[in-house]
Design a binder for this molecule. Structure first.
Ligand code: AMP
Ligand code: GLY
Length: 425
């Protein structure tokens, strides 16, 4: 089978790697990592005509969309209209991520636990609401804002300023509509599922590390590392995620005429009683969650994605996929990331990677002389596998140390919560 993966970051390299075990992969536009395992097609995911032409020219059987933007832009709708097989939700269903207001309305209608709040287009109304609600508060731009659209505000003044700035265009039209909601407390957990709109298969749970610095300090980033599975996500919690979150939302989506097919990612806050509350939905695998969730799967991903996309009799082999292995990924970032990453440094990678170690490319490029250089904020993801998170972490860290470029920035405490739990047990 020939599969085209759309996108070009660490997530897409990981998806290509997972699919390449049983398929021939193409990636558009891809990166030097996907180049090593398949064929890169120099096409922008926004150029739908070029994507369709490349699918026909290369006789692609299945297209898998990595990032959210092409989903929101309707690439799936276009490919379906062309009679092509594609894995991912159409633009209407992808509103679950591209419109936080849409997602909130669906959750409320489906009776799914989520933060209480209100939606505003008018700054004065937002500010009046903020004035009468307890601190802290979370202010969110409804539209896609490259992961920066949710601001946790410790006090009302910050919330008011944030609301004003968003409605004044700080995130462009993504902030024309904002949500102000209560701030939930607890531990965050990512639960990512494959779904054909009815059946759901939960992939191993994972946890991202958004802050730049160790101890979860410093600015928010796209994610500095992740691990899977997470031990707080026991069978009872996963059953709640399946039956009280995923299934009711899918049923409501179908009922509203926007059936959902693809990856469904629930960003959850687990409260002190162990109950999951939904912070957000994404309609794609997380990045860097993909770099830990896919490597611990030993089911054939190609087969699942093909069956879901082609409408062929898909049955999850396990509702709650239980992995016998653990993975940790450490992101290597450029100096100055996230505000102003310095790019262009030459990268050295050990000729042979140690066992149970995987290196996924994100912001790398090959220059005219064939030298691999940094070309983005997040450069590489060093994934280690092991029987448990502690073993996986050691492998991830030693790979992160072994790869080098000037000014490389990385956290040495990925999975610290899990390591602390293992130590306490
Ligand atoms: P979102 O873009 O909605 O996923 O939010 C990004 C991040 O903001 C989440 O991963 C949480 O850390 C935080 N967040 C969002 N909503 C809330 C909330 N209601 N309470 C507490 N934290 C939140
Ligand atoms: N790592 C979080 C995300 O991909 O949204």
């Amino acid at each position: 089978m020939k599969i085209l993966v759309v996108g070009g970051g660490g997530r897409e390299h990981t998806i290509c790697w997972a699919l390449s075990r049983s398929a021939t992969v193409f990636c558009a536009p891809g990166n030097p990592g996907t180049h090593n395992i398949g064929t890169n097609l120099p096409i922008s995911p926004s150029d739908h005509d070029a994507v369709v032409a490349a699918i026909r020219e290369n006789q692609i059987d299945l297209t898998v969309i990595g990032p959210e933007a092409p989903l929101a832009e309707g690439l799936v709708d276009r490919l379906v209209a062309e009679g092509l097989h594609v894995f991912g939700p159409d633009a209407k269903a992808a509103q679950l991520e591209s419109s936080k207001a849409f997602a909130k309305d669906i959750m409320v209608a489906a009776g799914v636990a989520t933060a209480a709040g209100e939606q505003f287009t008018d700054a004065k109304e937002a500010i009046d609401y903020i004035a009468t609600h307890p601190e802290p508060l979370v202010v969110k731009a409804s539209g896609l804002a490259a992961g920066k659209g949710a601001v946790v505000c410790p006090d009302r003044e910050t919330a008011k300023t944030t609301a004003r700035e968003m409605l004044a265009g700080k995130f462009g039209s993504a902030g024309d509509l904002i949500l102000v909601e209560e701030c939930l407390q607890g531990e965050e957990l990512s639960v990512i599922a494959l779904t054909d709109g009815e059946e759901v298969m939960l992939l191993p749970s994972s946890q991202d590390h958004k802050r730049l610095g160790e101890g979860d300090t410093g600015p928010n980033t796209g994610g500095m590392g992740a691990y899977a599975p997470v031990s707080i996500a026991g069978p009872e919690l996963l059953d709640q995620a399946l039956n009280d979150v995923m299934k009711p939302v899918l049923a409501k989506m179908a009922e509203m005429g926007t059936p959902y097919r693809g990856i469904l990612y629930a960003g959850l806050m687990i409260d002190a009683k162990g109950k999951p509350w939904v912070l957000e939905f994404n309609c794609r695998i997380g990045d860097p969650e993909a770099q830990v969730v896919l490597p611990v799967l030993d089911t054939d991903l190609t087969d699942h994605l093909w069956r879901i996309a082609s409408g062929e009799n898909w049955t999850p082999d396990d509702l709650r996929y239980a992995s016998s292995r653990a993975a940790v990924t450490t992101v290597l970032a450029s100096p100055g990331y996230p505000a102003a990453p310095v790019k262009g440094a030459a990268i050295t990678i050990p000729e042979e990677l140690p066992p149970d170690s995987l290196l996924f490319h994100a912001g790398t490029s090959l220059d005219a002389d064939g030298v691999l250089r940094t070309s983005g904020g997040r450069v590489l993801c060093a994934t280690g596998l092991g029987v448990d998170v502690t073993e996986a972490l050691a492998r991830s860290q030693s790979l992160a140390e072994a790869v080098d470029f000037e000014g490389k920035v990385f956290r040495r405490d990925i999975a610290w919560r899990e390591v602390a739990r293992a130590g306490a047990a």
